[in-house]
Design a protein around this ligand. Structure first.
Ligand code: URA
Length: 213
């Protein structure tokens, strides 16, 4: 299992790590799990957008005019992988409210663990924009690889992937299939179990966000 550290960014900020630990605990309620996921995602948005271009715009401070840097949020497309991606989406939109948003619906075939697409809705212009795909868990990598394959058909300028937890197997698989996609995660755990769960992990992210079982 080879990992390329150049495209793997583990966000080890103490606030992110603290909140991730609270999320992992089985005693976290649905309510607090959801709130923590939003908070962690907002913090991680800081890292994932570190290199987005800014442009100087003319403004008036109360004292004088100046040219000051701004991000054009409309150039960013956030793509949430249903259903668990919504938790991260909310957190990123807190700080980039102007971003365009797309959704991809994929489910994991429980027998083959392969990704099957059932929904795909994107903003009109993805070509030449920067895409950030979001899904809390990078497990086998099958879903995210399928999502990146699909997004590349639309010719975006770049694609990044933002998750909360990753398995080494998923990181290796995504990097092998798409070496150009940078991965941002709060932790890389020990590995996958026989059911495709990340260990020690945090359980099923969708179930924990929505209180389903
Ligand atoms: N998806 C999850 O929600 N949890 C895992 O551990 C693996 C995939």
């Amino acid at each position: 299992m080879t990992q390329n550290p150049q495209t793997l960014h583990v966000v080890d900020h103490p606030l992110v790590q603290h909140k991730l630990t609270l999320m992992r605990s089985k005693t976290a309620s649905t309510n607090s799990f959801r709130r923590l996921l939003t908070e962690v995602s907002t913090l991680m948005a800081y890292e994932v957008t570190r290199d987005v271009p800014t442009q100087l715009v003319e403004i008036e401070t109360p004292l004088e005019s100046m040219r000051a840097p701004m991000i054009d949020g409309k150039k960013l497309v956030l793509v949430s992988i249903l259903r668990a991606g919504g938790g991260i989406l909310d957190g990123v939109l807190n700080v980039i409210p102007g971003a365009r948003v797309g959704h991809i619906g994929l489910y994991r075939d429980p027998d083959t663990l392969e990704a099957v697409e059932y929904y795909f809705k994107m903003p009109s212009e993805v070509a030449e924009r920067d895409v950030i795909l979001v899904d809390p868990m990078l497990a086998t990598g099958n879903s995210i690889i399928a999502a990146v394959n699909r997004m590349k058909e639309l010719k975006p300028r770049s694609i990044k992937f933002l998750c909360i937890l990753a398995a080494p197997e998923g990181v290796a698989a995504l990097q092998k299939a798409h070496p150009d996609v940078h991965i941002y995660t709060a932790a890389v755990d020990r590995g996958l179990d026989d059911h495709g769960y990340i260990r020690p992990g945090l359980g099923d992210a969708g179930d924990r966000i929505f209180g389903t079982k």
